[in-house]
Design a protein around this ligand. Structure first.
Ligand code: GLV
Ligand code: MN
Ligand code: MN
Length: 437
């Protein structure tokens, strides 16, 4: 590690400001908060999301940093010393949430990245690689059904983005993106070329029970699960619920119910993939005394093997054809997202472990069952992920939480890992974005 930050006895002198980080986490959690449930709803490109983005930009400016919004709506926070053309160390996560989610998923990683960049700047360090903090736009895809929207743009996956993106109510993204400071017609300008990012680090809550059960304070993510999200539209025949005999109906709702159970069966009983979930169902006209004419639903399918993901999707599609024939409905399937499972960079895993060792924090390696922007950035840069324990192993619910000392421990490990990467001229080996088999 650079002797710019080491005292003579070899101890690290640099630290994050713990009160500032915890204060920002608390302040950000007020935006989109629902007093009744205690949850947070900050869907990507919603009004609450815009408010959170404004908060982050203000905090960055007040810290003397340079925040800007790219065409995809990502917030990119650079240091005053930025010199274009140099390889950067990127850190970040997302500010958007699911509906009625928790305060830490994504937000923690963004604020910790800001904290680390601010700490670098205040120290007067001259790193080889400029540290850059990023808040990726619409990671969750809760309102606009394109998760990883911002990281896909940064990684140059423009061809995989929808041409006319719309939210679940049919409203176009172009206007919401403009309000957030982006520009749908200039998406190409958001791409970072391969080689421009020496490494990407993401700090995140685990969202599962592994670390809490084992007592490890830090998780070193070895692989991130792959994810396919399918939108399934069932078209049946609407009709009067009282006068239409049960025989001869083409009920989109009962067809959707079969699909929900089929998805569960494929993952749970036939074990074709790790998990499959129908999380959203939109029936139309959604009224008590009319047979549903159409139902749109989402199937979220995950595994750490590309082959198992492909096999499970194929089995689901075959199952849908059988259900279509049996119910006399029409079923259309559109793949909204396909993100391959990826392995993280072994070099960055080792750097994270060294950071945790330096702090005396027990750590372990584990895979991530949740999706993260890191798996998309892995297309263009080596990526590393740090997890901290989730209380009760839960997430995407208002009760999602992590002990403050673990939040600080994670941010300190991020700082140490960032120092190791940013202050050396050694680029972690690339090529670790290959799908995991
Ligand atoms: C992101 O939160 C995911 O759904 O894994
Ligand atoms: Mn999430
Ligand atoms: Mn997240």
């Amino acid at each position: 590690m650079s002797d710019q930050v080491l005292e003579r006895d070899g101890q690290l002198t640099l630290d994050i400001d713990p009160d500032r980080l915890l204060r920002r986490i608390t302040e950000l959690a007020r935006i989109g908060a629902d007093q009744a449930t205690g949850g947070i709803t900050r869907e990507g490109f919603s009004a609450a999301d815009r408010q959170a983005r404004t908060y982050l930009m203000q905090q960055a400016r007040a810290a003397g940093l340079l925040p800007s919004v790219d065409a995809a709506g990502n917030i990119v926070i650079r240091t005053a010393a930025a010199e274009s053309g140099d390889q950067v160390l990127m850190m970040g996560s997302h500010l958007d949430t699911v509906v009625n989610g928790g305060r830490l998923d994504g937000a923690y990683g963004v604020l910790a990245a800001l904290e680390v960049v601010q700490t670098f700047t205040e120290s007067g360090l001259k790193p080889v690689h400029e540290p850059v903090a990023v808040a990726f736009a619409n990671e969750e895809g809760a309102l606009f059904p394109q998760p990883f929207w911002g990281s896909m743009a940064i990684a140059g996956r423009l061809a995989s983005l929808p041409k006319d993106p719309r939210d679940h109510h049919g409203r176009p993204l172009s206007e919401a993106l403009r309000q957030a400071g982006g520009d749908l017609d200039a998406l190409g300008s958001a791409c970072w070329p391969p080689g421009s990012i020496t490494a990407y680090l993401e700090l995140h809550i685990e969202q599962g029970p592994v670390l809490e059960r084992s007592g490890s304070r830090i998780g070193v993510v070895e692989a991130i699960t792959g994810r396919t999200v399918l939108t399934v539209e069932v078209r049946g025949t609407a009709g009067h619920s009282g006068t239409s005999p049960m025989e001869g109906r083409h009920d989109a709702m009962t067809t959707a119910a079969r699909i929900v159970l089929a998805a569960e069966h494929l993952a749970r009983d036939r074990r074709l993939c790790r998990v499959m979930t129908v999380g959203r169902v939109d029936p139309y006209p959604n009224t008590p005394n009319t047979i549903a004419g159409t139902v749109r639903l989402t199937v979220d399918l995950r595994d750490t093997s590309v082959w198992r993901m492909a096999g499970a999707e194929e089995a689901l599609r075959r199952m849908l054809q059988t259900i279509e024939a049996a119910t006399g409905t029409e079923i259309e399937v559109v793949a909204e997202t396909r993100s391959d499972p990826v392995s993280t960079s072994p070099g960055l895993c080792a750097a994270i472990e060294a950071g945790a060792d330096g702090l005396g924090l027990p750590h372990e390696r584990l895979p991530s069952g949740a999706g993260h922007d890191a798996q998309v950035v892995a297309d263009i840069a080596p990526v590393g992920m740090i997890f901290v324990p989730s209380l009760g192993g839960i997430s995407h619910v208002p009760q999602e939480d992590t002990a403050p000392e673990d939040l600080l421990a994670g941010a300190r490990v991020l700082l140490r890992t960032a120092l190791r990467v940013a202050c050396t001229d050694h680029t972690p080996p690339a090529g670790h974005s290959r799908p995991v088999d």
